[in-house]
Design a protein around this ligand. Structure first.
Ligand code: NAD
Length: 483
């Protein structure tokens, strides 16, 4: 079985305790690789390596840092097929989706921040004729970067690229559930000539690696993406240490469909928003509210399209397979428990709701679940307020704008929303009132890397993307010069 290693100080090394965890291929349920079960000793070594690399890396000219990041982007693209296959095996997503979405985006993350730092400017404030102020933005030191399993390389690099582009060094921890492409990235960084210690990757469990990284006194900056409960733990540790923290957490996103929408496009995109990546994207629209005059028609069309989705072996090259496996047994069981809860709460399963027949002999032990549509639930029941993070969507009718805004806002989350209407004034009105970090109008998941990305309420603290990320990873310093 393949064994991957930590990457510390420019070398691939065994974990201090010598222990390993099994990584399961979700499409088969079979272990296929071993990943270090690291602990605080490995974190200590990684932070020390990052700290040692910081003075030199932070004073490396921006164009040299940019050149390295561009080289990494190119090498990711050169290895597109291998990385996509690795991501698909590790995560269960269809390989053609990893090839078209996840891996190209990882390359783009490096390219975007490599070029962003070449165009940086900072403010100057003239205090009448008394003084001139200017602002310096300095890297903050060692950044701790913690990422989840749903978009493994995509989200891992979304943190690494801005952190190191701005001159920080990093200790990064990928999800223990999907470690493979993080490992392959370390090989690429090494081959690209990244100086030792600039990026260190420590594999292992949240409690044994993420927690000591969060608590480390030499890590003043923490960027986390994952569940809200984990984010809360990180916030508790980080607050009394006055760390700078960015938390990107869970979502329970509303899709708001008005009767005057472009019906065909709306149904098609709402299906995509519900079931992309088996519903395991924090931005997936998992609660669909439909204006009553078109409610029945919408449910019929939505169910018809959902039943056309094809579950299959994620490694099949055909684009017809659009549903792979859920990431783990635990995630499958969680999804099943919410479908059972929906029944208890009075919901009707109008599509899916079951583990499908095995898609092939190879995949008979895999963690597959049918795309599932539930109606008849109240907007404030548990199924409609707690994050499921799987291929399960609910559809509910509404009567007017004020009511649907109340429904949409009736969760603790506030990550993303989409509004479907031909009435532009209404689109703006509703967008202003929905409590959400992102609101898409007549679209879903169009991502411009320059926009502020993140959540309100319990979905997040801080923003990623563009200027927000450059600011997050740097410390502003005001220099005031008397004239
Ligand atoms: P998770 O919170 O279980 O794990 C995320 C990461 O945190 C993993 O690397 C894990 O090992 C680590 N971790 C766990 N316990 C820790 C601790 N005590 N201290 C430090 N680190 C710890 O989340 P997950 O199950 O991997 O991912 C799914 C969640 O991520 C969902 O809630 C989803 O909405 C969210 N998510 C959010 C965004 C966003 O941008 N807002 C994007 C993707 C996923």
């Amino acid at each position: 079985m393949q064994r991957i290693l930590n990457y510390i100080g420019g070398a691939h090394v065994e974990p201090a305790g010598g222990a390993y965890l099994e990584t399961i291929e979700p499409a088969t349920g079979v272990a296929y690789c071993e990943v270090p079960d690291s602990d605080e000793r490995d974190v200590e070594l990684a932070v020390a390596a990052a700290k040692q690399a910081f003075p030199s890396w932070s004073s490396t000219p921006a164009f040299e840092r940019a050149a390295l990041l561009l080289e990494i982007a190119e090498m990711i693209e050169d290895n597109l097929d291998d990385l996509a296959r690795a991501e698909s095996i590790d995560n269960g997503k269809p390989v053609h989706i990893a090839r078209a979405v996840d891996i190209p985006r990882a390359a783009l993350n490096f390219r975007f921040f490599a070029t962003a730092i070449l165009h940086e400017s900072s403010e100057s404030h003239a205090s009448d004729d008394q003084a001139i102020n200017y602002t310096l933005r300095k890297p903050r030191g060692v950044a701790g970067l913690i990422s989840p399993w749903n978009l493994p390389l995509y989200l891992f690099t979304w943190k690494i690229a801005p952190a190191i582009a701005t001159g920080n060094t990093a200790v990064a921890k990928p999800s223990e559930v999907t470690p493979m492409t993080a490992h392959l990235l370390t090989e690429i960084c090494h081959a690209a000539g990244m100086p030792n210690g600039v990026l260190n990757v420590v594999h292992g469990l949240g409690a044994k690696v993420g927690a000591p990284l969060t608590a480390h006194r030499d890590v003043p900056t923490l960027s986390f993406t994952g569940g809200t409960a984990t984010g809360r733990e990180i916030a508790k540790t980080a607050a009394p240490m006055f760390k700078k923290v960015s938390l990107e957490m869970g979502g329970k996103n509303p899709t708001v469909v008005f009767a005057d929408c472009d019906f065909e496009t709306t149904v098609r995109e709402a299906v995509r928003a519900s079931f992309s990546n088996q519903g395991q994207i924090c931005l997936c629209g998992s609660r669909i509210f439909v204006e009553r005059p078109i409610y029945e028609k919408f449910v019929d069309a939505f169910v018809a399209q959902t039943s056309q989705l094809t579950i299959g072996d994620p490694l099949e090259q055909t684009e017809q397979v659009n549903q792979g496996a859920l990431v783990s047994k635990a995630q499958l069981e969680k999804v099943q428990s919410y479908v059972a809860l929906a029944r208890e709460e009075g919901g009707e399963i109008v599509c899916g709701g079951e583990v499908p027949e095995p898609v092939s002999e190879r995949c008979k032990g895999g963690y597959f679940f049918q795309p599932t549509v539930i109606t008849g639930l109240s907007y404030d029941c548990r199924v409609n307020t707690e994050e499921i993070f799987g291929p399960v969507v609910t559809i509910m009718p509404f009567d007017d704008e004020a009511q649907v805004i109340d429904y949409a806002n009736a969760t603790d989350y506030g990550l993303a929303a989409s509004i479907w209407t031909r009435d532009t004034s209404r689109a703006h009105r509703v967008a202003h009132r929905i409590q959400s970090g992102t609101v898409w109008v007549n679209c879903w998941m169009i991502r411009d890397l320059r926009v502020p990305f993140g959540g309100m309420k319990q979905s997040g603290l801080g923003r990623e993307g563009g200027e927000e990320a450059l600011r997050f990873f740097t410390e502003p310093k005001n220099v005031c010069v008397r004239l």
